[in-house]
Design a protein around this ligand. Structure first.
Ligand SMILES: [Mg+2]
Length: 262
C-alpha cells in the first residue's frame, strides 16, 4: 500500500488553451487574402492555396513565424505561376512582414486561466507542453506571466504519442493520475489517450482547422467549456488528495478515475 500517493499531474497545452493564438493567424490570412484580391486573384482560391502550402511545409519545416511568412510568399508565387503573372517584389516583402507578426502578437489570456492555475498549483504538478519554435513559444510564455505556475516547460516539434510516453517515463508519472489539458484533438487529446493518460478537451472556437482533423473521434476524453472549469472538475480530487496525504489510504480509487472514463 502506498502511504504517499503520487502527486497528480496536469500536462497543459499553451496556444488556444492558455492564450489566444489562432485568431492572430486568421488576421494575417485575412490580410493575405485582401492583398491577393487586390492583385485580381480569387480570395478563396488564395486561401485554399495557402492551406495546401501549409499542409506540405509544416511537417517539414515546423511552425516558426518565419516559415509561416515564407508560406504566404510561396502561396502568392504559386498563384502568380498559375495565372502567368509576374511576382512583385514589394508584395513579397509585404507578405513577409504580415507573416512575421504571428511571432510577437500580444498575449491575451483566456478567461480565468491565471486564477485557475493558481487554484490547481498547490495540488498538482503542472507541466507545460507546447509545440512550435522554441524561441517563439518561450517568449510567449515569458510574456504571458504564467511561467511561475509550471514545474517544467517542454517545447517540442510535434505532440505525438511518443512525447507523452517520454514525459511519463521522465517524471515517473502515474497514468491514472495524469491528464493532458488542451484544445486540439489532433495534438493534445488523441496522443495523450494513446499514451494511456487522461485527456481533458477544452475546445476553442478558433482552433486551427488542421488541429481538428483526426482519423478517429477521441473516446474517453473529458470535455469542458472553459479552462476555469478545471477547478470544479478537480474539486473532488483535491479533497481526495488531502485526505490520502493524512491517512495514507485510498490511493487506488480516486474519484477522478471514474469521471475520466465517462
Ligand atoms: Mg493548442
Amino acid at each position: 500500500m502506498h502511504t504517499h500517493p503520487q502527486q497528480p499531474t496536469l500536462i497543459v497545452d499553451a496556444d488556444d488553451t492558455l492564450w489566444e493564438n489562432n485568431i492572430f493567424y486568421e488576421q494575417c490570412i485575412a490580410e493575405f487574402k485582401a492583398l491577393m484580391e487586390a492583385q485580381g486573384f480569387d480570395g478563396e482560391e488564395a486561401v485554399h492555396t495557402l492551406e495546401l502550402v501549409e499542409r506540405e511545409r509544416v511537417p517539414v519545416v515546423g511552425y516558426s513565424p518565419a516559415e509561416f511568412a515564407r508560406s504566404l510568399q510561396i502561396a502568392y508565387q504559386r498563384l502568380c505561376q498559375r495565372y502567368s503573372t509576374p511576382v512583385q517584389e514589394e508584395l513579397n516583402a509585404a507578405l513577409w512582414e504580415i507573416g512575421l507578426r504571428v511571432g510577437n502578437y500580444p498575449i491575451i489570456l483566456l478567461d480565468g486561466v491565471e486564477e485557475t492555475l493558481g487554484l490547481l498549483r498547490p495540488h498538482f504538478r503542472l507541466l507545460l507542453l507546447t509545440k512550435g519554435d522554441p524561441q517563439t513559444q518561450g517568449d510567449k510564455l515569458a510574456r504571458s506571466g504564467l511561467a511561475h505556475f509550471f514545474d517544467a516547460v517542454h517545447i517540442v516539434k510535434e505532440k505525438h504519442t511518443g512525447v507523452f510516453k517520454e514525459l511519463i517515463e521522465r517524471y515517473g508519472l502515474d497514468p491514472a493520475h495524469t491528464w493532458m489539458v488542451g484544445d486540439s484533438p489532433r495534438s493534445d487529446i488523441l496522443p495523450a489517450l494513446a499514451a494511456g493518460i487522461g485527456a481533458i478537451h477544452v475546445p476553442h472556437p478558433n482552433t486551427w482547422k488542421l488541429e481538428l482533423e483526426v482519423e478517429a473521434e477521441p473516446k474517453g476524453a473529458i470535455v469542458l467549456n472553459r479552462f476555469s472549469e478545471l477547478a470544479h472538475l478537480f474539486q473532488v480530487a483535491v479533497a481526495w488528495a488531502g485526505l490520502t496525504d493524512s491517512e495514507g489510504e485510498g490511493a487506488c480509487a480516486p474519484a477522478l478515475g471514474e469521471s475520466s472514463s465517462l
